[in-house]
Design a binder for this molecule. Structure first.
Ligand SMILES: COc1nc(N)nc2c1ncn2[C@H]1C[C@H](O)[C@@H](COP(=O)(O)OP(=O)(O)OP(=O)(O)O)O1
Length: 193
């Protein structure tokens, strides 16, 4: 077995690797902070938000943020979607991402997808929403590892992964990554992984 095939520390789901890379050891464990991230899909289009402040500024991403104390992850995801994009939506859990930076709390990000929504999509202080065709997703202006797992989310293939970055000034440099899927789930992803 290749050393990259083994699940990295922190991944507890029953998944097998589909993408992995980088070098060196995984960074050591820190305390965990929980986040959410929501992606809305309508036919051939995906709604992303251009982040205007905070972590991930100037990148496109889903809508989300920190889970507050005494709040469920799902409640947090719905609250952040409403605050950042002005809409409510029935959410389906799509995957889990551990975002690891030495010296910071680990970010455990629960990622959700939705195919329906109500309300009017609106710009907020934090995010400027924008639709993209699925074939024109701006991966070069997103977190580096989104290109590995976003196709799995679009194909409705539950995933779990980890991305270790080092912070240099204001930049995050990708050091190592690992993404897996459960081989027993029904696949619509063959065309995109
Ligand atoms: C590889 O790392 C990441 N990839 C992706 N796609 N998304 C990430 C990554 N690391 C963090 N995120 C997401 C998780 C959240 O959705 C946001 C960050 O949330 P933020 O810090 O803005 O939280 P808020 O509660 O909204 O912040 P305020 O306290 O400013 O309201 O990025």
């Amino acid at each position: 077995m290749n050393s990259m095939d083994a699940k990295p520390p922190g991944i507890i789901d029953e998944v097998k690797m589909v993408h992995g890379g980088g070098s060196g050891d995984w960074f050591p464990a820190e305390e965990i902070r929980k986040y959410t991230n929501v992606f809305l899909i309508q036919g051939d289009r995906l709604l992303l938000g251009y982040k205007k402040r905070g972590l991930g500024i100037h990148k496109y991403n889903g809508f989300g943020g920190k889970v507050e104390p005494n709040e469920s992850t799902l409640d947090a995801a719905q609250r952040e979607l409403q605050e950042e994009a002005g809409i409510i939506a029935p959410l389906e859990h799509a995957g889990t991402l551990l975002f690891v930076v030495p010296g910071s709390k680990w970010a455990h990000i629960d990622i959700f997808r939705a195919e329906e929504y109500s309300g009017t999509i609106a710009e907020s202080d934090e995010m400027r929403p924008e639709w993209f065709n699925k074939g024109e997703i701006p991966f070069d202006n997103m977190w580096d590892t989104d290109r590995y797992w976003l196709p799995l989310l679009l194909a409705n293939r539950p995933f779990s992964g980890r991305a270790d970055y080092e912070k240099k000034g204001e930049d995050f440099i990708l050091k190592k990554w690992w993404f897996g899927i459960n081989p027993n789930t029904v696949s619509q992803a063959n065309q995109c992984i």
